[in-house]
Write a protein that binds this ligand. Structure first.
Ligand code: FES
Ligand code: MG
Length: 601
């Protein structure tokens, strides 16, 4: 720490403002040498000593947008309004880059970079003279990476979402990000689209700046940042190009300055109550299956107990209110016009499902922010008692295949339900023959192989796709059946794996299996041809083999040196693999969790 700075706090007269963290760098008469060194280089682009030495809050703008990160690129514009807000409230703005995380551009997977961006941002927030920070969020992992870092450092922090793109349209139909890709793939498999037509259809879903306009992982995580209390009310849903987006960027800049004076920190906001609220909101919006990974990671870094079972306990019975793709019909523009997150929270509050006293960044409770803000469009945010789907949260499954995995039951299609979940004697269970793929490349090579004999009585498994195996975890569990089956009208087989799936996918896969095969989970000893039974009623998923046979296979695998892990391609892959936790524990870097509230130390 900077104990040498002296303890001016006790010398303050009433009404006088306290000395801020930044002044340990910029105004420390006890150490003129260091102060001058800290100061001089920040004067070289035109800042004045008055700005840096008069005790104004120094506010970081953590910039996640760049040409490499088109989902967040609009933040380059928005930061100008944020900066004006910071200045208007008497602060000084310092914009700086965050390691890019572009979901659609990064190989092997953007999820690998969440913890890297986290580490970089922790170091920046800790090591520089920032009194508070505006976290610019958008694309999937940018939101958790930023909030995780703010949780670890625990200086005042506020989230500014970039907002979703405008709605996509094609031939008079809404085309939603990501979701249209699954649809286009089916059309191509059915021979109804060629290469150019495929690209044209998919590109129609991205008509403006902003992040995915579906309720995929990006819109989910921004909505959850709001339900956690980390944004100003209504921030998450405003489409990126709307004027309100620039306006809330300005208000966010103003507000962070006051948060610094109030010393309102992430640890005041990210409480157990806020996390329970967030699980409930996630069900009501039809949130992504990536949410438990990222929200559990935030909880671990702020030091709140939260586990995967909490998602079923608090979330499973909550109905799906938001009629947005992939589960429903609409996109980001309608969700915003219908009232966005405050309207969802207001509806849940009426049923007593929200801890209303949880404090948010504006200094008021979520209850006071949202009470009575009910939707004016009940086709977009549907009534609690007449929802789009009942029981929209996740089920947690357990058994000899994994300690836990989750399933988003709200996206089970009628076709799927009729085929697998309508046995009158056992409506919640089904059995099938396992077809096992070793990662996405193997799946693509072999899915059309007729010798596998894949039919509607098969279950598709994919392994080697978890935090260690892939690495970072691949969004690959929602596997399309062979073209022959699709032509016969079988659009989805049960899919199970130790990877993730895109939040824009409408597939009821069983995913995020923990531990993954590469960490010794039961999937590592599964073989093609095994019978597997899934019982959604009992929450079980098991290979139907005697324990002796499972043990024999385990011993055999151990003798071969364990489940194979591919070669590291980059230094970070090796570093992350050596210390990453499993999906159920947030895929955090295990050694990082013990560092909490480091700005105070
Ligand atoms: Fe960036 Fe969806 S790909 S938000
Ligand atoms: Mg994704």
């Amino acid at each position: 720490g900077h104990a040498e700075s002296g303890d001016d706090v006790h010398l303050l007269k009433p009404g006088q403002k306290r000395k801020l963290r930044s002044q340990l760098w910029f105004d420390n008469p006890a150490n003129p040498g260091m102060t001058a060194l800290y100061l001089e280089r920040y004067l070289n682009f035109g800042l004045t000593r008055e700005e840096l030495q008069s005790g104004k809050p120094i506010i970081g703008i953590a910039q996640t947008g760049s040409d490499l990160s088109p989902c967040n690129r609009h933040h380059i514009e928005l930061a100008k309004r944020t900066r004006e807000g910071i200045n208007a409230a008497g602060g000084v703005a310092f914009e700086f880059p965050v390691h890019p995380i572009q979901e659609t551009g990064k190989r092997p997977t953007a999820a690998l970079d969440r913890n890297l961006a986290y580490l970089g941002l922790v170091e920046t927030l800790y090591g520089y003279f920032l009194d508070g920070v505006v976290l610019t969020t958008g694309c999937d992992k940018t939101t958790p990476a930023c909030i995780m870092a703010a949780a670890t450092v625990n200086i005042p922090a506020i989230v500014l979402s970039g907002g979703p793109m405008l709605n996509g349209w094609f031939n008079g139909e809404r085309t939603g990000s990501g979701t249209i890709v699954w649809h286009a793939r089916q059309l191509m498999a059915e021979g109804k689209l060629d290469y150019d037509g495929f690209i044209e259809l998919v590109a129609s879903s991205a008509p403006s700046v902003g992040h995915c306009n579906t309720m995929g992982t990006a819109s989910t995580m921004n909505a959850l940042a709001e339900s956690l209390g980390m944004t100003l009310p209504g921030c998450a849903a405003i489409p990126a190009p709307y004027r309100e987006r620039g306006q809330i960027a300005y208000e966010t800049g103003k507000r962070i300055v006051d948060m610094v004076w109030e010393d309102l920190k992430p640890s005041d906001i990210l409480t157990r109550e806020a996390f329970e609220n967030t699980i409930v909101v996630n069900s009501a919006i039809g949130g992504s299956t990536n949410a438990p990974i990222h929200v559990n990671a935030i909880a671990r870094h702020i030091g709140v107990e939260l586990d995967v079972q909490d998602w079923e306990t608090y979330g499973h019975k909550v109905p799906l209110l938001v009629n947005c793709q992939p589960a429903g019909k609409y996109l980001g523009e309608e969700f915003h016009r219908a009232g966005g997150v405050p309207a969802v929270v207001a509806a849940l509050m009426e049923k007593g499902l929200i801890h209303e006293n949880a404090i948010t960044v504006n200094g008021r409770s979520i209850g006071d922010n949202c009470r009575g803000k009910l939707t004016l469009d009940a086709d977009v945010i549907m009534p609690f008692d007449a929802p789009l789907k009942a029981e929209a949260g996740f089920l947690v499954l357990r058994g000899n295949l994994f300690d836990n995995a989750i399933m988003k039951t709200s996206v089970i299609s009628e076709e799927f339900r009729l085929r697998y979940l309508s046995d009158p004697k056992n409506p919640n269970a089904f059995e099938g023959r396992a077809i096992v793929f070793e990662g996405p490349e193997d799946y693509h090579h072999r899915i059309e192989d007729p010798s596998l004999g894949i039919d509607e009585n098969c279950m598709l498994f994919i392994r080697g796709t978890g935090p260690i195996g892939y690495p970072g975890g691949a969004e690959v569990v929602n596997m399309q059946p062979p073209a022959e089956l699709i032509k016969r009208g079988v659009h989805a087989l049960p899919c199970i794996g130790d990877g993730r799936q895109s939040g824009t996918s409408g597939s009821p896969s069983i995913l995020n299996a923990s531990p993954e095969a590469a960490a010794g989970g039961g999937l590592s000893i599964l073989q093609t041809g095994d019978r597997v039974r899934i019982d959604l009623g009992k929450g079980e998923a098991n290979i139907l083999l005697p324990v002796e046979e499972l043990n024999r296979r385990r011993a055999e695998l151990a003798a071969k040196g364990g489940f194979p892990i591919p070669q590291h391609q980059t230094p970070w892959q090796e570093i992350q693999r050596s210390m990453v936790d499993q999906f159920d524990n947030g895929m955090v870097l295990k050694p990082a969790v013990k560092y909490q509230r480091v700005a105070q130390s």
